[in-house]
Design a binder for this molecule. Structure first.
Ligand SMILES: Cc1cc2nc3c(=O)[nH]c(=O)nc-3n(C[C@H](O)[C@H](O)[C@H](O)COP(=O)(O)OP(=O)(O)OC[C@H]3O[C@@H](n4cnc5c(N)ncnc54)[C@H](O)[C@@H]3O)c2cc1C
Length: 292
């Protein structure tokens, strides 16, 4: 199918993009990589009257690694993360892993991290990663810009804290501390498929080898990606042992609320969520030189 008719506006500055979005409100949609929006328009699942294309806004394509945060601009592609010079550092291993399994290499050339968060697909990869890493999204609204913690940003399936006439400018990932590692575990039927189940894991160890901080989140486990607070609580303050990992995995299985579909039954996906959390924890710890 071809999309319903729409007006196309190529913005030349963030101000111009914002002003068009304000003018057209709910009739307008931001066009970032177009990897989700264009297919949705072709299937007439989305029928925006106006597309505001932000791809010409070079400033929004930057990856800026500061002292406390990595800022990923609104048109920075998935492939830019994959090629970033620091991506091989242990502390960035969660981003390293996810940047290689989102969709396929062709989609990653166009798809954006921020676009993926704004799309908020229940089976998206970046949403779970952003939860585990405690990211925050910078949103431009009528009152100026505000920074929204990812837990508040992800409202429901395909719904975020970006309101009508607003746009997301960037996502900020806190720079992980020393002795931090992560892992993204995704089971997919074939390369380029959405997750059957996926788990994002990030842990920081203290000087005595106990878990100081933990981020655990699931994708394809409910209406949108979910933080497994119970798993995080089972980990923090503990020495990483097989029992502690099992407790976190069990909490993840319990928390997972997947839907049965061609990828598997509810029981299978719930079990898989726990298996992937355990596997992710073991891999993250191994990256820190700890066998558990
Ligand atoms: C074949 C295929 C396989 C895929 N597999 C996966 C997969 O395995 N895992 C996965 O996570 N994703 C997958 N995707 C989706 C892909 O990652 C998309 O690129 C991503 O979800 C959306 O990013 P985008 O930049 O293309 O956004 P777009 O398609 O341009 O936009 C998506 C939505 O977000 C809104 N939006 C985008 N940017 C902004 C902004 N700055 N401010 C406000 N609103 C904004 C748009 O208006 C639109 O509603 C797949 C896509 C394809 C085509």
């Amino acid at each position: 199918m071809i999309p319903a008719a729409f007006d196309y506006i190529r913005a030349h500055s963030p101000d111009e993009a914002f002003s068009h979005l304000q003018q057209h409100g709910g009739d307008a949609r931001v066009l970032a990589g177009g990897q989700s929006l264009i297919p949705a328009m072709r299937f007439r699942l989305a029928r925006p009257a106006v597309l505001v294309d932000i791809n010409g806004l070079a400033d929004l394509g930057r990856l800026e690694l500061g002292r406390t945060a990595l800022a990923i601009g609104a048109i920075a592609r998935d492939s830019a993360i994959e090629r970033a010079p620091w991506i091989g550092e242990t502390r960035w291993s969660l981003l390293h892993d996810v940047s290689r399994v989102v969709a396929d290499p062709v989609v990653r050339q166009m798809g954006t991290v921020v676009g993926s968060l704004c799309h908020n697909d229940p089976s998206g990869d970046w949403t779970a990663v952003a939860l585990a890493a405690r990211a925050a999204v910078v949103v431009r609204g009528r009152q100026g810009t505000r920074t929204v913690p990812i837990d508040d940003f992800l409202v429901d399936s395909f719904t975020t804290a970006v309101g009508e006439g607003e746009m997301a400018l960037a996502v900020h990932f806190p720079v992980p501390g020393d002795r931090t590692a992560g892992s993204y575990q995704k089971v997919e039927r074939k390369v380029g498929d959405f997750a059957t189940a996926a788990a994002a894991v990030q842990v920081t160890l203290d000087g005595k080898g106990a878990i100081k901080e933990a981020g655990i989140a699931l994708s394809a486990a409910g209406p949108c990606a979910v933080r497994v607070t119970e798993a995080e609580q089972a980990l923090v303050g503990q020495k990483p042992t097989a029992d502690v990992i099992r407790a976190a995995a069990d909490a993840a299985s319990k928390r997972s609320e997947p839907q049965a579909d061609l990828r598997g039954s509810v029981e299978y996906k719930k079990n898989l969520a726990g298996v992937l959390v355990a596997r992710g924890l073991r891999q993250a710890l191994a990256r820190l030189g700890v066998q558990a």
